[in-house]
Design a protein around this ligand. Structure first.
Ligand SMILES: Nc1nc2c(ncn2[C@@H]2O[C@H](COP(=O)(O)OP(=O)(O)OP(=O)(O)O)[C@@H](O)[C@H]2O)c(=O)[nH]1
Ligand SMILES: [Mg+2]
Length: 248
C-alpha cells in the first residue's frame, strides 16, 4: 500500500468525501492496489443495506430517489447513492438529469452521490459498482442506493449486489407485462407503479399482484403505487425497505 492510498483510506474512514471519491475512481480504473484496499476494509463491511432501484428509462427513478433520500435523512440515517449511467461516459446526458433532480442533497454531509459508467462486460454492472458499494459501506453509510436503467442485462446484475431490488414501472408498462414476467419482474422484491397520477396505475398494480409467475424462487413482490413527483407513496416504500432491512 502506497502512502498516498493509506492517506486516502484514512481520509475516507474519517468521513472525507474527496478521499472516498478518489478511492471509487481507483476502483473504477481497476487499480492494482484495489484488492489490498478491500482486504483492509473487510472488517468494516456488512453493516450497510443496499437498495437497488431499476426500471425503464424515464420511469421516475431519480425523482423517487430524491424523495426517498429526504425520508431516510429525516430518520437520521446516512446515504450513499450510485447512479449507473448506461450511456457513454462522454455523453453525460442521463447523469446530468440525475444531478439536477438530486441537487438539494449534494451539500448534505450525510449524502454521497456518485455517477458511474456501466462499462461492464455484456452490458452488465461493472466490478467498479460492487467496489464502490464496498467503499461506501466501509465509509459507514447506513443505506446505499444504486440506480440502474432497466435495459439489457444491467438490471439482472443488480440482484447480485443489492439486498433489496425495487422495480419502478409506470402505468404504460402494462403492455409489456408478459415479457417482463420472464425477466426483471422475477428479480424484484418490491414493485413501485410510479406516475400513479396517470390512468391505469391501479389496474397495473392489480395485474402485477396477480402475476405470480410459476417457478418463482423469490417471495412474491410487494406492489406499491406512487407519485414520486408529488411525494406520494414514498413513506410506504421506505417502510417496505425498512421492514426488510430490520428483518435480515
Ligand atoms: N406525471 C408524473 N411524472 C413523474 C413522476 N415522477 C417523475 N416524473 C417525471 O418523469 C420524468 C423522468 O423522471 P426521472 O426521475 O429523471 O426518471 P428516471 O427513471 O431517473 O430517468 P432515467 O434515469 O433517464 O432513466 C421527469 O420529467 C419527472 O418529473 C410522477 O409521479 N408523475
Ligand atoms: Mg435517472
Amino acid at each position: 500500500m502506497t502512502p498516498e492510498i493509506a492517506r486516502l483510506v484514512g481520509g475516507m474512514l474519517a468521513g472525507d468525501k474527496p478521499s472516498l471519491a478518489r478511492l471509487i475512481s481507483l476502483a473504477e480504473d481497476d487499480s492494482p492496489h484495489f484488492p489490498e484496499i478491500l482486504e483492509m476494509l473487510r472488517p468494516r463491511l456488512g453493516k450497510s443495506y443496499c437498495v437497488g432501484i431499476t426500471g425503464p428509462p424515464g420511469a421516475g427513478k431519480s425523482t423517487l430517489i430524491d424523495r426517498l433520500v429526504a425520508v431516510i435523512r429525516s430518520r437520521g440515517l446516512s446515504v450513499g447513492i450510485i447512479l449507473v449511467d448506461p450511456s457513454s461516459p462522454v455523453s453525460g446526458g442521463a447523469v446530468l438529469g440525475d444531478r439536477v433532480r438530486m441537487q438539494r442533497h449534494y451539500l448534505d454531509e450525510g449524502v454521497f452521490i456518485r455517477s458511474m459508467a456501466t462499462r461492464g462486460s455484456q452490458g452488465g454492472l461493472s466490478g467498479g459498482v460492487q467496489a464502490a458499494v464496498s467503499l461506501l459501506a466501509a465509509s459507514g453509510r447506513d443505506i446505499i442506493i444504486i440506480e440502474t436503467v432497466g435495459v439489457g442485462q444491467t438490471e439482472l446484475g443488480i440482484s447480485g449486489i443489492a439486498d433489496v431490488v425495487v422495480l419502478l414501472l409506470v402505468p404504460e408498462s402494462g403492455d409489456d407485462i408478459q415479457a417482463m414476467k420472464a425477466g426483471i419482474v422475477e428479480i424484484a422484491d418490491i414493485i413501485v407503479v410510479n406516475k400513479a397520477d396517470r390512468e391505469g396505475a391501479e389496474r397495473l398494480a392489480e395485474q402485477l399482484k396477480a402475476a405470480v409467475a410459476p417457478g418463482r424462487t423469490k417471495a412474491v413482490p410487494q406492489v406499491i403505487t406512487a407519485q414520486a413527483i408529488n411525494d406520494i407513496g414514498i413513506e410506504a416504500l421506505y417502510r417496505a425497505i425498512e421492514k426488510r432491512r430490520k428483518g435480515r
